[in-house]
Design a protein around this ligand. Structure first.
Ligand code: LLP
Length: 418
């Protein structure tokens, strides 16, 4: 139940018909359900209620300040990977002491911003970053709370582009190296060891890779204990998958049950960094059919949303369910749903059986709440779409559609060309 349902043949988000929103704000637009967002956050967070934990929503998956504010009001922390995300999280009212900073390439400015804000911890991804952070903290007269993001070399069995916990990936640090880094960090006067972190990949549909990871991290935590290095926070990252099509990932309750059994005996506050599982199915992209085009070997539905609005199908070959906003039992036709961008890779679906639709009709591209708007761009000088939040029978624009002037913001013709 994601609060996107038909009523008398019209697709609604909660109590609002998507047709009504389209008439008012134009297309394409992203539409999120407040009830679904809050239910998903609560379901995840409460699954761990029996232990000390902090659910840090992964800002990169859906970074609109309205959505961050909603989670902040529910007690969420945030997982950030850039200065921009830190800025968003703070502006949304998330206390700095609930923010964890991951990422392989944090710049000096970003480290300083994190230090000055007083975030919970920096998840370090290389020895060089460790020394650099120590220097930055020293020049500010501070101590930086750190975790080391371990690369446990576990196969998350997901798309190679979103697998992060294998040795060949750029993320995290080998267990053995991590151990010696902890020993060094302990002696560094401007670092304070507080945690161990990991994130093995995204859209995982099984728990076993998470459990294998915890086993390895446990060994590390034990070895650190022997060296009088106490770990207060165990950050297990994000990665729990959702159903786009046929996938059957565990419910957060089952995921929590399995993980809690495995971490039993570890005396740490657990940190989680979920993104997709909270927002993925809470949002959809609404687009209008511009033209129907019968090619010599394929039928195309040319719609007004392209790969700049939703890049997942083009980039990962991802499946997103597509359905007409107005449903009245029509014949099915196999089509490619394509956007207006000048790239052959610009498609939202290929060889998809859909009810036959006419130009002017609306389509809903489902499960687009995570890594949808967040990965959108202005390619082909297309203004990015509006974002709408629905709550009950009300809806509000939480990000206006960009204008042509927005596209040129910051650009200038240099004097020598005038
Ligand atoms: N923590 C870290 C350090 C991460 O890198 C990520 C995602 C998360 C947490 C949240 O993972 P989630 O719970 O959403 O699986 N653009 C891709 C997904 C990239 C994921 C990147 N890291 C996609 O559209 O499928």
């Amino acid at each position: 139940m994601h609060h996107f349902e038909y009523r008398q043949g019209q697709l609604y988000c909660e109590e609002v018909s998507l047709e009504t929103i389209a008439t008012e704000v134009g297309t394409p637009f992203y539409c999120y359900s407040h009830a679904t967002l809050s239910r998903h956050f609560r379901a995840f967070d409460s699954a761990f209620s029996e232990v000390n934990h902090l659910t840090c929503f992964s800002v990169k998956s859906c970074s609109n300040i309205a959505i961050l504010s909603l989670f902040a009001s529910m007690g969420a922390g945030m997982d950030i990977v850039s200065g921009g995300e830190l800025h968003r999280a703070l502006k949304a009212g998330v206390p700095a002491e609930k923010i964890v900073f991951s990422g392989v390439g944090k710049s000096e400015d970003e480290l300083v911003y994190g230090l000055e804000s007083g975030i919970l911890m920096f998840n370090l991804e290389s020895p060089q970053e460790m020394f650099f952070l120590n220097d930055c903290a020293a020049s500010l007269g501070r101590r930086a709370p750190i975790a080391i993001r371990v690369n446990p070399d576990v196969d998350p069995k997901t798309h190679p582009y979103i697998s992060t916990g294998l040795r060949e990936n750029k993320f995290g640090i080998d267990l053995d190296i991590a151990e010696s880094m902890y020993v060094q960090a302990k002696e560094m006067s401007n670092l304070e060891v507080v945690g161990v972190g990991c994130h093995i990949g995204s859209q995982l549909t099984e728990v076993s890779p998470f459990l294998d990871t915890i086993k390895r991290l446990k060994l590390l935590i034990d070895r650190l204990k022997e060296q009088a290095i106490e770990i207060r926070y165990l950050d297990l990252g994000g990665g729990l998958g959702i159903t786009y099509s046929e996938e059957a990932p565990p419910h957060p309750r089952e995921y929590a049950k399995s993980l809690l059994a495995e971490v039993d005996g570890i005396d740490c506050t657990l940190i989680f960094e979920p993104g997709r599982v909270i927002v993925g199915n809470a949002g959809s992209l609404i687009t209008r059919v511009l033209y129907t085009k019968a090619g010599p070997v394929k039928n195309f539905l040319v719609v007004d949303a392209g790969m700049n609005d939703l890049v997942r199908p083009s980039l990962y070959g991802s499946y997103h369910h597509i359905q007409p906003v107005s449903d009245h039992g029509r014949q099915q036709l196999t089509v490619d749903v394509v956007g207006p961008i000048c790239e052959t890779g610009d498609f939202l679906a290929r060889d998809r059986s859909l009810p036959q639709v006419e130009p002017g009709e609306l389509l809903a591209v489902m499960s687009a709440g995570a890594y949808g708007f967040a990965m959108s761009s202005n390619y082909n000088s297309r203004p990015r779409p509006a974002e709408i939040l629905v709550s009950g029978d009300k809806f509000e624009i939480i990000r206006s559609r960009e204008t042509y002037d927005d596209l040129l913001r910051g650009e200038r013709v240099p004097n020598f060309l005038r």
